[in-house]
Ligand binder design. Structure first.
Ligand code: NOJ
Ligand code: CA
Length: 704
């Protein structure tokens, strides 16, 4: 693969002669301007088709030595270059990705301290990325950032789709409001029974989706978050200016730096068509090429799991109630009395393996297989799991052999309970245990407050841990799907063994009181901008009370909405999360989950409006087969799409759609499956219920 930036020209000039530096995107629709404001203060602005997206916004850093890199700057020189390359992801929504941009590298000097800072801008047709770079220099060698002062000045009181700024969780339902309403709503409505409130009443997380009154869609996020804290945004709600807010360490410091070094990219994706936001590959394009030489062991995967039964409370992760007796490494579990509700028993796991194997799945996740779950959460317990010792009723070797014989790959579960020291201490042994027992993927989890105390989920120290776990996994040829980790920023390009993250409110909340029916119509515009999500779709039984009489939660979607998610919520790792016995009641609809692909040659975004609906078509990698998913939000609507993405020909489409009186609340399981002949000229019109959706599989007539 070529990784080429062609240098176009370089300007050198003196401070007194500084002109604004302008940069155009390859198609000329985006234009940005870098300028030094009075006092040598760096700033930038951005327009799209002549409309202002980012009004003049300040750039720079505050440092712990009470100096700043925000003023007193001169431009030493500006280098310009361009890139046009096509690269091949190991897995993805496309089999090849074009990265086409113009670049401007502004070299700044601060004479008062004799130090230098560069700002690199890359302008693509779909948006802007820029980052700070600190060349090796004596005057700025080790330094501590106490605040990053990057602004994103909005032009008005836009509509925002936001979740509160929080250092420990992203597992919120989204709120849609005007920027001016965030403060009031935030103060009134942090009712999620999760951990924290926002760091400020106008603090929000990225990827932040915005819509202007004149129809611009703007997405603010970051790319390539490495050795730096996660960026939140703090809104000045009088002037509608966001400023970056880095997640602090226990001392309140933000980032410990040593030059030469760079920050992550700050990204602004923009279009007047919401579908372009979903089609953007800017986040991936700003990440480094793959660093894993042999990627042959990395593979997309469709899996089931002994999981939903624990999440709903039908069964438990733990084996015994004999709590006070348990000490990891000292307790002989065979002497403890089982409570009889343990989910991960050899027998139960085999039942799931049978079902998964009969229905063509690749993988099987089992949670609660290892000792420690009696007392794993909430007590700042350092030595909580050892990741290698099974409960007495889970026979590792027997399950390994059974799964192998049935063609199923076991998926490991490492709940760390956020005890980072403990996990890092055990990591080599835990990964080796996986290799020895036929596991090539791990779902890791970081529930609870981070240990050591005072750390949080998204600061620099913790960000480094997540990457360490992924890099070390690569040494063992292990794929990672990390839950509760920092939200992704496209690092899966560089480390494609990072096949999934949760990092948002997943399906589990449908068993914890429910999520908004519109939730999955906003996630592709927010959380998924950074990379795939292990959302764990496929819940067919809405009434959780039927599974556990003590749980009255309701799954706020129709059954066909669940089917649509396999296409609209892109992930190389897709779970069929419900219980085998629930699928057995709807085997005709389950057929879609069996058929749907997990890796793609190409994707088309046919309809989209944040928090309302989206319809996506994808072609299976290496096969003449297409899938369509239409996910609808709260309002019933009719989706009208053209199949002109198909090559000329005759096809059969199998359509799974909501029954005519379907509704997520009172009639979610009614659906209609039909087949019809289609060509590239066909227009499909499909009604979708409130909280509904549809799914389509298309194959050439001959291969039906
Ligand atoms: C939270 C994860 O998101 C969920 O999938 C997992 O089952 C629990 N933690 C227990 O590890
Ligand atoms: Ca979670």
């Amino acid at each position: 693969m070529k990784h080429l930036f062609k240098t176009l020209c370089a300007f050198c000039f003196f401070a007194s002669a500084v002109q604004a530096q302008e940069l155009l995107s390859p198609n000329g629709e985006l234009a940005m301007k870098f300028e030094l404001q009075d006092g040598g203060r760096p700033s930038y602005s951005l327009t799209y088709k002549g409309k202002t997206v980012i009004a003049p916004s300040m750039l720079g850093m505050k440092l712990k030595d009470n100096t700043t890199l925000c003023d007193g700057m001169t431009v030493e020189n500006v280098e310009r270059s361009s890139q046009d390359e096509t690269w091949t992801p190991v897995w993805g929504e496309e089999n090849s990705i074009r990265s086409h941009c113009n670049e401007m590298l502004v070299h700044l000097k601060q004479d008062s301290h004799n130090r230098r800072m560069d700002i690199r801008f890359r302008l693509f047709d779909d948006g802007l990325g820029f980052r700070y770079e600190f060349p090796l220099q004596r005057e700025l060698n080790y330094f501590v950032i106490t605040d990053e002062c990057t602004q994103f000045a909005m032009t008005g009181d836009h509509t925002a789709y936001w979740i509160p700024g929080d250092y420990d969780t992203q597992e919120y339902d989204y709120t849609r409001s005007r920027l001016s309403e965030i403060r009031g709503l935030m103060e009134a409505s942090i009712t999620d029974n999760l951990s924290q409130t926002s760091f400020s009443p106008t603090g929000v997380q990225t990827a932040l989706m915005l819509k202007t009154d004149d129809g611009l869609y703007i997405n603010l996020h970051e790319a390539a978050l490495v050795n730096y804290p996660c960026m939140h945004l703090n809104l000045d709600d009088k002037n509608f200016v966001f400023t970056s807010w880095l997640t602090p360490d226990p001392n309140g410091d933000k980032a410990y730096m040593q030059s030469p070094c760079t920050t992550p990219w700050r990204t602004v994706i923009v279009s007047d068509d919401a579908r372009d936001i979903l089609a953007s590959r800017l986040t991936l394009n700003l990440n480094e090429p793959c660093k894993i030489a042999d990627t042959s062991w990395i593979h997309p995967c469709k899996y089931m799991g002994v999981w939903w039964e624990m999440i709903t409370g039908m069964s438990d992760w733990s084996y015994t109630n004999e709590l006070p007796n348990v000490r990891i490494g000292q307790t002989d579990y065979s002497t403890l009395k089982p409570h009889g509700r343990h989910g991960a028993t050899t027998e139960n796991v085999k039942r799931y393996i049978d079902f998964a194997s009969e229905n063509g799945f690749d993988g099987m996740l089992v949670e609660g297989w290892n000792i420690g779950w009696e007392d794993w959460f909430g007590n700042f317990k350092d030595e909580v799991f050892d990741f290698v010792t099974p409960y007495p009723d889970f026979n590792v070797a027997e399950i390994r052999d059974y799964a192998r014989q049935k063609g199923i790959k076991m998926i490991m579960h490492h709940e760390t309970s956020a005890s980072i020291r403990n996990y890092e201490r055990h990591m080599d042994a835990a990964y080796q245990f996986m290799k020895d027992n036929g596991y090539d993927a791990v779902k890791s989890g970081y529930v609870g407050s981070i240990i050591p105390k005072g750390q949080n989920h998204y600061n620099q120290w913790q960000v480094n841990h997540y990457l360490y776990a992924v890099q070390k996994a690569a040494d063992y040829k292990i794929m990672v799907n990390a839950h509760e980790a920092v939200r992704p920023t496209g690092l899966c390009r560089t480390y494609p063994n990072l096949i999934g993250n949760e990092s948002a409110r997943g399906t589990e909340y449908q068993a914890f009181g429910g999520s908004k029916p519109s939730h999955t119509t906003i996630l592709p515009f927010t959380r998924l901008i950074g990379g795939p999500m292990d959302y764990t779709p496929g819940i067919f039984e809405n009434d959780i009370h039927k599974l556990n009489p003590n749980n009255n939660s309701w799954v706020n979607t129709t059954l066909c909405n669940q089917l649509s998610l396999y296409v609209t919520m892109y992930s190389p790792l897709q779970m069929a999360a419900d219980l085998p016995q629930n699928y057995e009641r709807f085997m005709d609809a389950f057929q879609f989950i069996k058929d749907v692909a997990v890796d793609w040659d190409h994707s088309w975004y046919l309809e989209a409006e944040p928090m309302e609906y989206l319809t996506v078509a994808r072609k299976t990698k290496g096969k003449d087969e297409w899938f369509i998913g239409g996910t609808n939000g709260e309002q019933p609507r009719t989706s009208v799409i053209s199949l002109d993405f198909l090559p000329k020909g005759k096809y059969v489409a199998t359509i799974y759609k909501d029954g005519k009186d379907a509704h997520y609340k009172n009639n979610p399981q009614t659906y209609d499956i039909s087949q019809q002949k289609v060509t590239e000229k066909t227009k499909l019109k499909v009604w979708t219920a409130a909280g509904g959706g549809y799914a389509v599989r298309i194959v050439p007539v001959a291969s039906k």
